[in-house]
Write a protein that binds this ligand. Structure first.
Ligand code: NAD
Ligand code: LMR
Length: 338
């Protein structure tokens, strides 16, 4: 059995390493053979900032890596399984680690119902990350994000390597959906419908700030849009009828966020703003240690956490429902590690 398959030819490798040293970046995808992992890896193979694409999963990565390695972009693709220290090899030298490893929902389940399975998967991957690439940027997709981010943080803290500027819960799909849904209602191009979404990533913890879109909504539109943004994931789970949850839209959203991190950290781009669930002061007084809001990314990761700005009474009410739920989700994640 082979564990690590070096797929790329030496010619491709030489080409990759002839790019500017400042732009060299290894991106590891953990859970790379899954529904999100495969299309996300495909999108990362197209990303010009990526020089090495390191694919790790407990199954099927050699095949996925072989397939992607034929795409004629510069990056080298390597596939690893758990054999022969595959996780160590996948992580060593990684600049960005994207984690969609874990089980998805089935109809009737909440994201929190995934906790029992995914908490230990995420903790184990965090322990390995702490050991082999403690300075990487960690992008957590695995659900329940409101708990898996605290799990990852606590595990890094235990190992003495936690850097709050480099740990991100990926909530990009919420703003991608919100933009699409508002555009549908208003008959506009989604690129002209930017929606800030704050809070967390599940049900009532997802709080769209529709008052800041520049659009006007009737009360019915506001209620329907808010509900659709908060429970958009359920639409996909229901339509997939037991075979999983959002994968393609998530890969799109995850690749967008990973690209933003790369642009800010290795591409030298200024003023990169994305939403993310990060350690945040915004609601710390209410006992909510992690919160998603727009963050400005810089060379070292999270540079600035933007406040919520002016919000409506309707949104204040949504926040008041999100806060206790977030508090519970975060405490559950922390308790799991402690
Ligand atoms: P999937 O079952 O298709 O793929 C998951 C992959 O993880 C599988 O290939 C599996 O082998 C792998 N895996 C399991 N244990 C592992 C381990 N210990 N190490 C490495 N890999 C491991 O599931 P999916 O549809 O890709 O979803 C993955 C996760 O992403 C789920 O938890 C889902 O709820 C979550 N998700 C999050 C968002 C978000 O917005 N953050 C959106 C969609 C899905
Ligand atoms: C989503 O928002 O689509 C994901 O979190 C997956 C899910 O379980 O809904």
């Amino acid at each position: 059995m082979f564990a690590a398959t070096r797929i790329a030819s030496s010619v491709a490798a030489k080409r990759a390493f002839s790019t500017s040293a400042a732009n060299l970046s290894k991106v590891a995808v953990l859970g790379a053979s899954g529904g999100i992992g495969q299309p996300l890896s495909l999108l990362m193979k197209e990303n010009p900032h990526v020089t090495e694409l390191s694919l790790y999963d407990i199954v099927n990565t050699p095949g996925v890596a072989a397939d992607l390695s034929h795409i004629n972009t510069n990056s080298v693709v390597k596939g690893y399984t758990a054999d022969n220290e595959g996780l160590k090899k996948a992580l060593e030298g990684a600049h960005v680690v994207v984690i969609p490893a874990g089980v998805p929902r089935k109809p009737g389940m909440t994201r929190d119902d995934l906790f029992n399975t995914n908490a230990s998967i995420v903790r184990d991957l965090a322990e390995a990350s702490a050991k082999y690439c403690p300075n990487a940027h960690f992008l957590i997709i695995s659900n329940p994000v409101n708990s898996t981010v605290p799990i990852f943080a606590e595990t890094l803290k235990k190992a003495g390597v936690y850097n709050p500027k480099r740990l991100y819960g990926v909530t990009t799909l919420d703003v991608v959906r919100a933009s699409r849904f508002v555009a549908e209602v208003k008959g506009k191009d989604p690129k002209d419908c930017k929606v800030t979404v704050v809070g967390g990533h599940s049900g009532v913890t997802i709080v769209p700030l529709l008052s800041q879109t520049g659009e006007t909504f009737t009360k019915e539109e506001l209620d329907a849009l808010t509900h659709r943004i908060q429970f958009g994931g359920d639409e996909v789970v229901k339509a997939k009828d037991g075979t999983g949850s959002a994968t393609l839209s998530m890969a799109f959203a995850g690749a967008r966020f990973a690209n933003s991190v790369l642009e800010a950290t290795v591409g030298g781009k200024k003023g990169v703003v994305e939403p993310s669930f990060v350690e945040s002061e915004l609601f710390a007084k209410e006992g909510v240690e992690y919160f998603s809001s727009n963050i400005e990314l810089g060379p070292n990761g999270v540079e600035k956490i933007n406040g919520l700005g002016e919000i409506s009474d309707y949104e204040k009410e949504l926040i008041s429902k999100a806060v206790p739920e977030l508090k519970k989700n975060i405490a559950k994640g922390k308790a799991f590690v402690q």
